[in-house]
Write a protein that binds this ligand. Structure first.
Ligand code: FAD
Length: 374
């Protein structure tokens, strides 16, 4: 059998999107997944599709990715639950409202629709928010998906375009020309490590660590909230590089359930729930939406975000091994940015003009920091 042009290791949403992008471009692709497609961080994520202005690079990647999802939307099955519900960023005080205005101007400059609302406007949009908040920012083009279903669709679409999908096959070792599994050694023209938070276990030196998060889902209360609603302080939580943090973040599911987040902590791969942090997270949510206390929590779970030191993913060639490419380290934005990541990776692999500046995403950019860390 002919060796594939590319092997993608890891069938999370990022690997599935990369396999599809390369297959669509005509490459013979094999996607190798240890367990099943979309079962890793992808299954644990909230599924918020959000344009984020944390840094110019992140802004461009999230905006490109959201636009690519909008292009794809007509082809997606109902199981993906794509809902363009918009994001409502909540300002608690005048300072945060000023930050919302600044955010609005950044979005406007890039033609991303966003509008500042006052307190009355905020409560009209989301009546369950408490009184006394300062206002907020509505980003109507943002949305929500059901991440494992989107990952599955991307992998199946890759297969429809000729890719081979191998699930239940952990990769024991890889380099730029081959991967080794229990079924033997498989050679390829190039290899993409898209194993999420596990990527450094296969490629030593990748600056990625698991950052744990808890989520809670309620029973069904259709109409309880209509937008993904977050506090503007969310970014401070996302940036906290040490210690545990929580931020108010709720999401309406198409089922009528309310998904409540979010927490962040660095505890390695520990799967023991942190009840005190979970309590803090729910109390924080209740401070913004007191009526949440009347809903029943059906279940909670944890997941591990693949975090990098500068909050940007690693997308591009890994200089230390010829033929080895990296698409990993998407922290809390991998559902949003999978399509943009795949497009940029495809551009670089195929020698197309890059859809955005690749420099901020180059995997080697953090090599010095990693060496200093070691
Ligand atoms: C609580 C929480 C909330 C989140 N909310 C959002 C959100 O609202 N919006 C958003 O955009 N993002 C969100 N995220 C982040 C998002 O889930 C991740 O960034 C994204 O899923 C990463 O995708 P991935 O494909 O890189 O990793 P994964 O989904 O983890 O996929 C990696 C795959 O590699 C496989 N693998 C690992 N090792 C091997 C091996 N040796 N051989 C073969 N396969 C291997 C794994 O089985 C896995 O399937 C959230 C994450 C968490 C934890």
């Amino acid at each position: 059998m002919r060796a594939p042009d590319a092997i993608v290791v890891g069938g999370g949403i990022v690997g599935a999107a990369c396999a599809r992008e390369l297959a669509l471009a005509g490459l013979a692709v094999t996607l190798v997944e240890a367990e099943f497609v979309g079962g890793g961080a992808t299954a644990a994520g909230m599924g918020h599709i959000v344009v984020m202005d944390d840094s110019p690079a992140q802004f461009h990647l999230t905006a490109l990715s959201r636009a690519l999802l909008d292009e794809l939307a007509p082809a997606l099955p109902d199981s993906v639950e794509h809902d363009r519900c918009g994001t409502l960023w909540v300002a608690e005080d005048a300072d945060q409202l000023a930050a919302a205005r600044l955010k609005a101007s950044v979005y406007a400059a890039a033609s991303v629709e966003a509008g500042v609302v006052d307190e009355a406007g905020l409560r009209r949009l989301e009546p369950a928010l408490r009184q006394g908040l300062a206002g907020g920012l509505l980003v109507p083009g943002d949305g929500v998906v059901y991440p494992p279903a989107l990952a599955r669709w991307l992998a199946e679409d890759a297969r429809r375009h000729g890719a081979e999908l191998r699930e239940g096959e952990p990769v024991a070792a890889l380099d730029g020309r081959s991967v080794t599994t229990a079924r033997g050694r498989l050679e390829a023209g190039l290899v993409v490590n898209a194993a999420g938070a596990a990527a450094p276990l296969l490629t030593a030196g990748l600056p990625i660590v698991p950052r744990r998060g808890h989520l809670v889902i309620t029973d069904r209360h259709p109409g309880f909230c209509r937008h993904q609603v977050l506090e503007l302080g969310y970014l401070a939580s996302a940036h906290a590089s040490t210690g545990a943090s929580v931020a108010f973040n709720v999401q309406p599911r198409v089922t009528g359930q309310v998904l409540i987040g979010s927490s962040r902590e660095l505890v390695g791969w520990d799967r023991t729930p942190n009840r005190s942090l979970l309590g803090r997270m729910l109390r924080r949510a209740g401070e913004f939406m007191p009526a949440l206390a009347g809903l029943s929590a059906l279940r909670s779970w944890i997941g591990f975000r693949p975090a990098t030191p500068d909050n940007l993913p690693l997308i591009g060639p890994w200089g230390r091994a010829e033929g080895l490419w990296i698409a990993a380290g998407h922290e809390g934005l991998g559902i949003t940015t999978a399509l943009g990541t795949a497009r940029l990776l495809g551009d670089l692999i195929l020698g197309r003009t890059p859809s955005l500046d690749p420099a901020p995403f180059m995997p080697d950019r953090l090599a010095e920091a990693t060496a200093a860390h070691a």
